[in-house]
Design a protein around this ligand. Structure first.
Ligand code: FAD
Ligand code: MLT
Ligand code: ZN
Length: 492
């Protein structure tokens, strides 16, 4: 556990008084003493589901400071939780006990940008939206977008291998991250900050850290291949009366606008209802389709607005004529573009306002994707926990939405509290369902604390063993983000 003498030593490493916040009593005036509640925003996760009890938050300003902090912690057996914007959804970003929180938010500079190649190198703590705004000045964009963009950091995105809304267009970060700088658990700085697109010289070490969830080091620097920011963007939302219709709409969409397609997202009626109740923008842009069973959002991004508008309008016509969709609306201006996107993007926030959310982020074969929602509703109803949407069961709502084009659905079960009875009704039920259909129990959010014990539902024993070996090589003292990710509990 952290003692006042550790605090003083760590404070001496940091250039700035406000880079260390502590609620430990007995530290001298060179240290920023705060109350325990002032550390809540670092100790409690975005959902209010996971709460740690760290008494020390470090906010270094440089890779060298991170390296010295980590080396000190290694020598003194102090556990660390690397933290970015704390928007993670699996309990990975907050401590379980009193681990030191190492937040990289003060490291937020652009290091270089090459306008010809589109390769940007920056600190890991830069907020995703700020990085995107920087690139926009040069007509480039980050090839990643998600609703948490105003708070999450590029380092956190890479540490979780976040997917988001445009994987269908740009692929995952495994392709667009070109290099990383990482402080390893013993304090060494791994400089893998390549800006090359092609480099076949041995194992691609940076891949180990993409999606490593703070378990084997702190990402401090990033180089990324930005995408050209094309000016012609359009969006349409369709209503549909069955899940089967979404699959047919997807086929037609790729046939008609495949070369300009930049998102193909979906949500169900229950998700749409809660979004409408909590909408920041109560204007009912899509009133006609409001009671539909499903909704699809299609976005196109190209370089010729008239051409793209015509193609999207033609798609809408085909979908309506072939009775695949029951209705549809095409954004006519920027305000409508934003309003239509809000229907999809603000579901997470609306779910959080509705109650406490049990989140499952799964990959399944496309044809089966929605059956996880149906099976969960049925299972909860049989247990007497769910009596339909908005009724008075313990479970108020079961919603399905997500990244249809990526085979990734978000099943959210909303209750008044994180009730253990609901929790044990859902787990391992959901994981068993996913494993039975050879899916993944984490498509894009990671394992964190929530799914660490359940990795075996999606990975074979040999794979898990190799992961443990890698973890032991890089973090032999198991000080980095303990109890999470590929953590193996000690034998009783
Ligand atoms: P944190 O939450 O701070 O940390 C997440 C994990 O990464 C932790 O394990 C932490 O230890 C580790 N970590 C953070 N920074 C570093 C670092 N510099 N070095 C090493 N480890 C680090 N996810 C998706 O995949 N797709 C979505 O569409 C999506 N939408 C979201 C929408 C909302 C409204 C919210 C709240 C979350 C959403 N997420 C989504 C979850 C997603 O994982 C995060 O938003 C984001 O990628 C995490 O970044 P962060 O900076 O907040 O990291
Ligand atoms: C999303 O796709 O909106 C995010 O992954 C967030 C969530 O699952 O709630
Ligand atoms: Zn998602």
């Amino acid at each position: 556990s952290v003692q006042p003498e550790h605090i003083h030593a760590l404070r001496n490493i940091l250039s700035n008084k406000t880079s260390l916040l502590t609620s430990i009593k007995g530290c001298d005036a060179t240290v920023e003493s705060v109350s325990e509640s002032e550390l809540d925003s670092f100790n409690v996760d975005w959902m209010g589901k996971y709460r740690g009890n760290s008494k020390v938050v470090l906010k270094p300003k440089s890779t060298e400071e991170v390296s010295k902090i980590v080396k000190y912690c290694y020598d003194h057996n102090l556990a660390i939780v690397p933290q970015g914007g704390n928007t993670g959804l699996v309990g990975g970003s907050v401590p379980l006990y009193d681990e030191i929180i190492l937040n990289v938010g003060n490291m937020n500079s652009i290091r270089s940008f090459d306008e010809v190649s589109g390769i940007v190198t920056c600190d890991a703590g830069i907020i995703l939206e700020n990085l995107d705004n920087y690139l926009a000045e040069f007509d480039y964009t980050v090839p990643l977008d998600l609703a948490a963009k105003g708070s999450c950091q590029i380092g956190g995105n890479i540490a979780t291998n976040a997917g988001g809304l445009r994987v269908i267009r740009y692929g995952t970060l495994r392709g667009t991250v070109l290099g990383l700088e990482v402080v390893l658990p013993d304090g060494q700085i791994l400089d893998s900050l390549s800006t090359l697109r092609k480099n076949n010289t041995g194992f691609d070490l940076k891949q180990l850290f993409i999606g490593s969830e703070g378990s084997i080091g702190v990402i401090t620097g990033v180089s990324l291949l930005a995408a050209p920011k094309l000016k012609a963007k359009n969006v349409a939302v369709f209503s549909l009366d069955s899940y089967d219709a979404i699959q047919r709409a997807f086929i037609k969409t790729r046939q008609h606008v495949g070369e300009i397609l930049s998102a193909f997202e979906f949500f169900d009626q229950a998700g749409h209802r809660i979004q409408q109740v909590h909408s920041r923008n109560p204007k009912k842009i899509f009133d006609a389709g409001r009671d539909a069973a499903f909704f699809v959002l299609v976005e196109t991004t190209g370089s010729n607005k008239d051409h793209d508008d015509q193609k999207l309008a033609a798609l809408l016509e085909v979908l309506i004529e072939s009775e695949i969709v029951t209705d549809g609306v095409l954004a006519q201006d920027t305000a409508q573009f934003t309003s239509l996107w809000e229907l999809r993007e603000t579901i997470t926030e609306a779910a959080g306002k509705t109650g406490k959310v049990f989140k499952y982020d799964v990959s399944l074969p496309t044809s089966l994707m929605y059956s996880v929602v149906e099976a969960t509703r049925k299972h909860l109803a049989e247990l007497g926990l769910y009596k339909g949407e908005g009724s008075d069961g313990k479970v108020k709502s079961v919603i399905g939405f997500g990244h249809f084009g990526d085979g990734n659905i978000h099943l959210n079960v909303i209750s008044d509290s994180y009730d253990p009875e609901v929790q044990s009704a859902l787990e391992p039920f959901v994981y068993e369902f996913v494993a039975k259909h050879r899916g993944s129990i984490s498509a894009e959010h990671g394992l964190g604390l929530q799914k660490a014990p359940h990795i075996g539902y999606s990975q074979l024993p040999l794979n898990v063993d190799l992961m443990h070996q890698i973890k032991s090589i890089l973090d032999p003292k198991k000080l980095f983000n303990p109890y999470k990710f590929v953590y193996r509990p000690p034998l009783e």
